[in-house]
Structure formats: structure tokens, C-alpha cells
Design a binder for this molecule. Structure first.
Ligand code: NAP
Length: 288
């Protein structure tokens, strides 16, 4: 293996340690950061994600509470809870664990969260601010990727970057963030005719397709930095990313593992957004 690992587990511990210090300072000033998670139904993957987020809150000294609904709950029940949490002075971040059951309108629910408490960065106000380059609570996975690149000293300005995937939660926001940092960005999707044509020219390749093995070493430029966002459960039960790790690691200079890469940073960024939201909400209340 030529590439060295970008260790998301170690970086996320570093971030959570910093958040612990910041959360303690805020608590000492009378504002303990608080996160409310809403979990609807009993999807096993969602249960694991929420458990990991709750654990990270504990690690950082952030208050957390979990609100559960049965999978057949009504939209108005969920919206009523969000309205209460929007007004709750002890809650600074509201997280609605996705995906939601079919009968619920995901956008209508997400857009009920007050933008100042939208720690997942999915409100149109925060996504719009990302497009316009304004201050925003940014989506956690792309924010985690940017934090990894920055903390690892990986140059972005002037580099060619390829993003595979154009979802609202990963592909589009990471493309915007890379553009804001001066990269030349190409965004590919499932209709892209020849992925390798783009990946083989790129200095930075971010893969968020949800397709194991969609990128392999033969498609990469020597020395590329490879960020694997994918989380796929293989038929043998193992977790795998979207990148064929062994062949890619033989060509790349840096690569993220799955697990232990982007996923860990996503959780750390949720805590970071919650601490920042608490600070900003408290500052705005003090200014009134
Ligand atoms: P998504 O909404 O399903 O979007 C996948 C994107 O990939 C779509 O834009 C799709 O194109 C594109 N795509 C699919 N197959 C492709 C192919 N063969 N070539 C090029 N593009 C292709 O998924 P997502 O929510 O962005 O998540 C992507 C992956 O990241 C999933 O495995 C998910 O579990 C994982 N994820 C991980 C984290 C983390 O914390 N590590 C966070 C979020 C998501 P079209 O638009 O044309 O369909």
C-alpha cells in the first residue's frame, strides 16, 4: 500500500476533545449545549447512528435527549414536537434521523426546524447560505471531509477535484465547499458516461455514490487523495466503502478507510455544530 491513511477515528477524537473544552466553558457561563434527536420507527441502521451520536454527546459533555415515535406516527405529531424543541431554551440542536417512513413528508418536517438549531444543515436557509458563501450550519458529512482535508494539510486551492454523487446531503454541499476553497470541481452522477475519464485527472476524489467498488485504483491518478464516503453492507455482512480500497491505496497518496473514516467525522461535526449553535443562540439572546 502506497497511500497513508487519513485516520477519521483519531481526528474525530481530537475534535470531540476540543468540543468538550468549549462545551465546558459555555456550561460554566450558564449555557450547556443541548441536542435533541428524533428517531421515527425502528430502522436498525438509524438506531446505530443515533446511539453513536448520543455517545459522542456524552464524550463532549453535551446534553442529549432522544424522542422516539412509532413508524406509523403522523406528520403533525412530529411537527408539534419540533415546534416545542424550537422554543426550548435548553436545546440548541435538533436532529431528525433519516430516512423517514413513507407517509411522512421529509422536506416538510426538516424545514420546520429553526435554521439556528438545524445542526444537520438541511434547512433551505442553511443550504442557501452555503451557496451564497454566508455563515451557515453546514451539513455534517461534507463539513467533516473539509475538516479532515484541512487538518491533514491537504492543499485544495488550485487542485482538480472530482465528486461522485450529487445528493443534497453529501455531493452538492461538498462540491460547493471545495469550490469555495479554490478547487476546480467536476460533479459526476449515475448518468456520467465515463467516470474514469474524470477521476483519472483528479488530485482529490470524493466518492459518495453508495455503490461498492465504483472507483478502483486503475481509475485514479498516482498520488491522488481519495475520500470514501460510502457505507455499504456487503452480502457477507461486512461494511465497505464505495472505493476498492486495496487497488486504490496502491495508487493514492492519502485515503480514508471505511469504517473509521468520514463516518466518524460526520458525528464529530454534529457535536461541533451543536456547540456553535449554542454559542450563537446565547450571543443573540444576550444582544437583545
Ligand atoms: P444518494 O442520495 O443515494 O446519492 C448517491 C449519488 O451517487 C447520486 O447522485 C447518484 O447519481 C450517484 N451515483 C450512484 N451510482 C453512481 C455511479 N455508478 N456513478 C456515478 N454516480 C453514481 O446517497 P447519499 O446520501 O449521498 O450517500 C452516498 C453514500 O454515502 C451512501 O453509501 C451513504 O450510506 C454514505 N453516507 C455516508 C455518510 C458518512 O457519514 N460516512 C453520510 C452520508 C452518506 P444520480 O443522482 O444520477 O442518481
Amino acid at each position: 500500500m502506497a497511500a497513508s491513511l487519513i485516520d477519521g477515528a483519531a481526528l474525530s477524537r481530537q475534535v470531540l476533545g476540543e468540543m468538550r473544552t468549549q462545551a465546558a466553558a459555555l456550561s460554566a457561563a450558564g449555557v450547556r449545549p443541548g441536542l435533541a434527536a428524533i428517531l421515527i420507527g425502528a430502522d436498525p441502521a438509524s438506531e446505530i447512528y443515533v446511539r453513536n451520536k448520543t455517545r459522542a454527546c456524552e464524550e463532549a459533555g453535551v446534553h442529549s435527549e432522544l424522542h422516539r415515535f412509532a413508524s406509523d406516527c403522523s406528520e403533525s405529531e412530529v411537527i408539534d414536537l419540533i415546534a416545542r424543541l424550537n422554543a426550548d431554551i435548553n436545546i440548541h440542536g435538533i436532529l431528525v434521523q433519516l430516512p423517514l417512513p413513507r407517509q411522512l413528508n421529509t422536506q416538510r418536517i426538516l424545514q420546520t426546524v429553526r435554521p439556528e438549531k438545524d445542526v444537520d444543515g438541511f434547512s433551505w436557509v442553511n443550504l442557501g447560505a452555503l451557496v451564497a458563501g454566508g455563515p451557515a450550519l453546514a451539513p455534517c458529512t461534507p463539513l467533516g471531509i473539509m475538516t479532515m482535508l484541512e487538518r491533514e494539510g491537504i492543499e485544495i486551492e488550485g487542485r482538480d477535484a472530482v465528486v461522485i454523487g450529487r445528493s443534497v446531503i453529501v455531493g452538492k454541499p461538498i462540491a460547493l465547499m471545495l469550490i469555495a476553497r479554490g478547487a476546480t470541481v467536476t460533479v459526476c452522477n449515475s448518468k456520467t458516461r465515463d467516470l474514469g475519464l474524470y477521476t483519472s485527472r483528479a488530485d482529490i476524489v470524493v466518492v459518495a455514490a453508495g455503490k461498492p467498488g465504483v472507483v478502483n485504483g486503475a481509475m485514479l491518478k498516482r498520488g491522488a487523495v481519495v475520500i470514501d464516503v460510502g457505507i455499504n453492507r456487503l452480502p457477507n455482512g461486512k461494511l465497505a466503502g464505495d472505493v476498492d480500497f486495496d487497488s486504490a491505496a496502491a495508487v493514492a497518496s492519502r485515503i480514508t478507510p471505511v469504517p473509521g473514516g468520514v463516518g466518524r467525522m460526520t458525528v464529530a461535526m454534529l457535536i461541533s455544530n451543536t456547540v456553535n449553535a449554542a454559542r450563537q443562540i446565547a450571543a443573540a439572546a444576550g444582544a437583545r
